[in-house]
Design a protein around this ligand. Structure first.
Ligand code: C2O
Ligand code: CU
Length: 464
């Protein structure tokens, strides 16, 4: 990763505006145009990077919707290729989930699709392309979806830290030749050498002294696991993957797998003129990607009041583990994984054949989607998936349409794990996740290292 400096352009106040959403009744109506655009990804002397973005920018517009409300988005496709939008982490109606080939057909160039759904949970979500995701997300097709609590929480500012990495060529253009790279697929996925925060090489948060901040952190990278350092600040973790957690001070860097989110509560320094670096932890040390600066005297009295936590979301009340439908999920493949063969398109193939097809990850011995789902489950039943990561790589596993909890780790019961939609599973780990299958339809379960998903680490289940 390159080090850069604060360049002066494009860095602006980062309070999240209402983006001109027209309100008819309370339903929020938007149009999003998926189209080519330009962005400053690399340093100031380089050329702008040609990206694909919603409304031609990266990140796309931040959408804000009151909890429980309907969001109505017309996607207009002005890209040279088909696309679709997935609303990551929203416990959504299945027909609106945006998975081309499973829940809808991809939207052809110059065609449109109308997404309309209710948002049950308040919190930090994001939306991204779900058609050739490994290419389309890497080109910039993503944005943030904020679902607002019914009562505003007691903070002075609502800030966004949306982090991504980009692989660019010498002309500062997206390195397209490596989209199908077998090396990336077999290893840790597509890693970029440029980091952006909110689509910029550097972000500057100008706040008041003692301001209480809500920082919404989102990892939009294809494959990079980000560890973020907040300097001398002591952020309080208040939500993960859009779901409130019991407030707890971070005891080190914040680690987020691709697609994961965290909400932090931060009290800005007491004095005007203080600055705090926000950095990505790298093997070579800290890479500063943003800075918090107190520019004005804040309105708050001295001394941070305790924060009680975010209000709860209407999640299932109880996991009935005793009566759960249980299924194993064996994750195999990748470089140094020792996988010998697996089933691809209903036929068992040798690893040599699989490599030739660029299909080198298997879930329960099956590469990618098959006709039969991992499981079929009646609605309201609790499901436990025993995931065994039997290869050399970490994987951020994402469940569509539901939030889950980790109930066992390496054979030991876990009590109080947070609700999540994406869980990072380390090499060799055995992790059991549980959820109530309360959302009917066909749902994906896949690795959110998008190159892994593209080369086999993807399955589905059906709730009837
Ligand atoms: Cu965020 Cu299946 O995706
Ligand atoms: Cu993976």
């Amino acid at each position: 990763m390159h080090r850069r400096h604060f360049l002066g352009w494009g860095a602006s106040l980062t309070a999240l505006p209402w983006l001109g959403a027209a309100r008819a009744g309370a339903e929020i109506h938007r149009e999003l145009v998926a189209q080519p655009g330009e962005a400053r990804i690399a340093d100031g002397s380089a050329l702008p990077t040609r990206i694909w973005g919603y409304d031609g920018r990266v990140p796309g517009p931040t959408l804000r919707v009151p909890q429980g409300e309907w969001l109505s988005v017309r996607l207009l496709n002005r890209l040279p290729t088909a696309t679709s939008i997935h609303w990551h982490g929203v416990r959504i109606d299945n027909t609106m989930d945006g998975v081309s080939g499973l829940t809808q057909d991809a939207v052809a160039p110059d065609a449109s699709f109308h997404y309309r759904f209710q948002v049950p949970d308040a919190g930090t979500f994001w939306y991204h392309a779900h058609t050739r995701s490994w290419e389309q997300v890497a080109r910039g097709l993503y944005g943030v979806l904020i679902v607002e609590e019914p009562q505003p929480i007691p903070v002075d500012r609502d800030l966004l830290l949306l982090v991504d990495d980009w692989r660019l060529d010498e002309e500062a253009q997206i390195h397209a030749a490596s989209f199908e790279s077998l090396h990336d697929r077999a290893h840790g996925g597509r890693l970029g050498q440029w980091v952006t925060v909110n689509g910029k090489p550097f972000e500057r948060y100008a706040v008041g002294a003692r301001d209480r901040l809500r920082l919404r952190v989102v990892n939009a990278a294809n494959a990079r696991i980000f560890s973020l350092d907040f300097g001398a600040l002591q952020p309080l973790l208040i939500a993960l993957d859009g779901q409130p957690t019991a407030p707890k001070a971070l005891d080190g860097p914040l680690k987020l797998a691709p697609a994961q989110r965290a909400d932090l509560l931060i009290d800005a320094p007491d004095t005007v003129g203080a600055s705090v670096p926000f950095s990505v932890v790298t093997r070579e040390g800290l890479l500063e990607v943003a800075q918090l600066v107190t520019e004005t005297p804040g309105a708050r009295p001295q001394g941070g009041q305790p924060f009680e936590g975010l209000p709860g979301n209407p999640l299932p009340r109880r996991l009935d583990l005793a009566a759960a439908q249980r299924v194993g999920l064996l994750m195999e493949g990748g470089a140094m994984g020792g996988m010998r063969s697996a089933i691809l398109r209903q036929e068992r193939r040798s690893i040599q054949e699989l490599v030739r097809e660029g299909a080198i990850w298997a879930l329960n011995q099956t590469v990618g989607m098959s006709d039969d789902p991992l499981l079929r489950v009646p609605r309201q039943r609790t499901v436990v998936i025993d995931i065994r990561n039997d290869n050399r790589w970490p994987h951020g596993m994402h469940l569509h349409g539901h939030h889950f909890r980790v109930v066992e780790r390496d054979g030991v019961a876990v009590d109080d794990s947070p609700w999540r939609d994406t869980e990072l599973i380390e090499p060799g780990a055995v992790v059991s996740i549980a959820f109530v299958a309360d959302n009917p339809g066909k749902w994906l379960l896949h690795c959110h290292m998008l190159e892994h998903a593209a080369s086999g680490m993807m399955t589905w289940f059906e709730v009837s």
